[in-house]
Design a protein around this ligand. Structure first.
Ligand SMILES: [Zn+2]
Length: 322
């Protein structure tokens, strides 16, 4: 919870342990309103790693994910399903397979994805014989039912404290998409999962980046990547590379990805639309399922990437040495 300071020396940077910080923004939970008061996002004065200050303790984390959260709420304007989503998943899976042609993928683990259709597409792209494991804190009844249909194994665990169900050196591809920014200790999570990766195996991480045009336009207040108070860590590309290399992995490639989500959420925040249910404003066309809007932002960010510019979504593709 905030005080009035805009700088301080009581922080703890995950990356460089520096205690000095400066305020980036102070904001309420504008998207879900599940916690009262204001929260501070601060930046390390030394390495620019950015974090929620203070980060809530483990026992309070469940309370910041209401049952109206967009990943579990079909009424949310950010909910994705239907042909557009299926199409996107199929394209993502094909791209992933093409980028991994030189690797022998026999077991895929998707960590904390909240749903399993994405993993099913990944597995199908590599072949029906490939093992597919969804790893998460818990699974809903509908996911448990779907897992049989899609032939996906569900493993419960916590990437920061308990990854025992995964095999040491046992999995060829571990995917963590839009997850590590939600963790108290992403460094520990990456280290734990690196042990589970087979020699020569691949870890793919993507996470927000303070660098897209949407960030530059909305950085003072409305940027969706802040996601107050649910994003605990916002990485620079070098702080992300650092935790991956500390876990004993080698960077194979890194870069930026389109960030349609933060464009839409930033604009929704600007127009005071919430993420729980659509109202009757004309601006409600700012939603994931409205293809002209979503597609325009994807195309715009792809152009930025082609021109060598940053977007608000970054990735690393890392390999465990043989
Ligand atoms: Zn730092």
């Amino acid at each position: 919870m905030s005080n009035s300071q805009s700088s301080g020396s009581d922080g703890s940077c995950l990356i460089c342990q520096n205690k000095d910080w400066q305020l980036v923004i102070r904001s309420e939970d504008v998207e879900y309103r599940c916690k009262p008061g204001e929260f501070d996002i601060v930046e390390c004065t030394k390495c620019q790693h950015t974090y929620l200050h203070p980060i809530p303790p483990y026992d309070q984390i469940a309370s910041i994910y209401p049952n109206t959260y967009y990943t579990v709420n079909k009424k949310s304007p950010l909910w994705l399903d239907g042909w557009f989503y299926e199409k996107k998943l199929a394209i993502d899976a094909r791209k992933l397979r093409n980028s991994l042609r030189e690797f022998n993928i026999r077991s895929i683990v998707d960590v904390g994805s909240g749903e399993i259709t994405r993993l099913a597409h990944f597995r199908d792209a590599f072949g029906p014989e490939v093992e597919a494991i969804a790893f998460d804190l818990q699974f809903s009844e509908s996911i448990i039912a779907d897992s049989k249909k899609y032939n996906i194994n569900l493993f419960n665990g916590n990437v920061e404290t308990n990854v025992d169900k995964l095999r040491d050196n046992g999995h060829d591809l571990i995917v963590m998409r839009q997850l590590i920014e939600h963790l108290r200790d992403p460094r520990l999570a990456v280290k734990n999962l690196a042990q589970k990766l087979a020699p020569g195996g691949v870890m793919i991480i993507d996470t927000p980046n303070r660098g897209g045009l949407d960030y530059q336009l909305f950085r003072n207040k409305h940027w969706g990547g802040y996601h107050v108070p649910r994003h605990f860590h916002l990485f620079t590309q070098s702080s992300l590379v650092q935790i991956v290399e500390e876990a004993g992995l080698e960077i194979h490639s890194k870069g930026y990805l389109p960030s349609m989500g933060f464009w839409i959420i930033s604009l929704r925040n600007y127009f005071k639309l919430n993420s729980i249910a659509a109202g009757d404003s004309w601006w409600e066309l700012l939603k994931y399922k409205f293809l002209p809007v979503a597609g325009s932002f994807i195309a715009f960010d792809m152009l930025r990437i082609k021109l060598g510019m940053e977007t608000s979504n970054q990735f690393v593709f890392a390999r465990k040495p043989l």
